[in-house]
Design a protein around this ligand. Sequence first.
Ligand code: UD1
Ligand code: MG
Length: 467
Amino acid sequence: MRLVNVILAAGFGTRMKSDLPKVMHPLLGRPMVEWAVRMAETVGPELPVLVVGYGRELVEQHLDGRARFVHQPELLGTGHAVQQAAPLLRGQADVVLVSYADMPLLRSQTLRALADTFRAGQAAGEAPVLAMLTVTRDDPQGFGRIVRDARGEIQAIVEEADCTPEQRQIRELNPGIYCFDAEWLWANLDQIPLSAKGEYYLTDMVGVAVAQGKRVLTQEAPAEEVDGINTRVQLAQATAVLRRRILEAHMLNGVTVIDPATTYIEDGVEIGSDTVIWPGSHLHGQTRIGRHAVIGPYSQVFDCEIGDHCRVICSYIEGARLETHAEIGPFGRLRKGAHLGEGVHMGSFGEVKNSYLGPGVHMGHFSYIGDAQVGAHANIGAGTITCNYDGKVKSKTVIGEDAFVGSDTLLVAPVELGPGARTGAGSVVTRDVAPHTLVYGVPARPAVKQEAPSPSPAAGESAPPTA
Ligand code: UD1
Ligand code: MG
């Protein structure tokens, strides 16, 4: 049985008061419409069909390859919206599951339960043409009411504006999610009458089925899943619910979240067990964190890969990779292409961009390393700067293994310090330095005599703890 999801996403979203189409507003890192598509993907393998209208270029671009698109040129109602999918789907699907792009709290198990109810009805020989979700809640505002007969069989959905005073009191409501027998749907969609508002209501398909003596099944949905988003207030409320769900899933997987109220983790972030997330931390995008790591307090992480036992304290890091036992902060910054090897220590106010720091590199305070390669166990003294940009081109700095860069050294790239090379405090290094050679001064020149390997008085305060 081929099931195809049809997701309605053509509406203006007027009440968002935004230049961005409503369904492109993000919740925890994913546009609203992407939540709907992801949910559809869990129900069946067929590419969902999105009915798009306002702002469709942006929607189509974002979901390219993950959905098929049909255009509703004029917003003539939900029935009219579904009709737009008929040319594409006629004969191509057995069951059509209709949902909305602005209902991101709906869980996939609820959608699957509806499809199961429909299939079970078919298997039992009831030949349902339609199964739909219903929801019971005290606040019925804005929802169509479910009208049943004395035997409890569904008769119709009545829109709030068309309700009699008695119907208004009904608390069984229509969330707007339906599973249709496709052939019946395409054959009968044109039976929908034009409403007083000048729209074709998909809800009228219930009345059409009942008039034909066909079976309509219902499936109760959890009340908190069917809140649609129309305003930015509702956007924030839905975000809070999704955020809670994500945090709870991590906690149940063995991650300690010290303060869920101030922790923001986007959908799709992966975190290993026994990692601790301290308050005020935000984890975004394609971020993966290993086990026994410590993040925060107050760290912001974007698209990073962080190994086991790493510590990221009060730092802002994006597009970076940290190997096991690396640590940064407080107040560190990693930019795109920063790669810290195993056990790297980066202390306060350091910045690294597009550079590899080999295992055990020690960079304690106030340094900028950009477009560089730093060998294992090198020591980067306080205030070291790679001068990587001359206003036209970016150039590379190479610092060899076990090199000792004195405080306040400026490395004017392109330049290379050989393994074990040393620079005096305040050196401006404009030429390559041979291995195991001490240079100092402005511009830096080799010391006349080879230095003994004991700490030099010119080396600044960043001597490794073992030296
Ligand atoms: C609809 C239902 C109502 C239900 C409610 C639940 C109808 C007539 N009414 O009302 O019974 O309780 O949802 O939220 O269906 N859309 C289009 N093209 C259109 C019109 C709408 O794509 O021409 C899309 C919208 O973008 C939105 C969805 O369909 O995602 C629902 O439309 P909306 O106008 O919000 O319907 P409601 O009045 O809320
Ligand atoms: Mg609505």
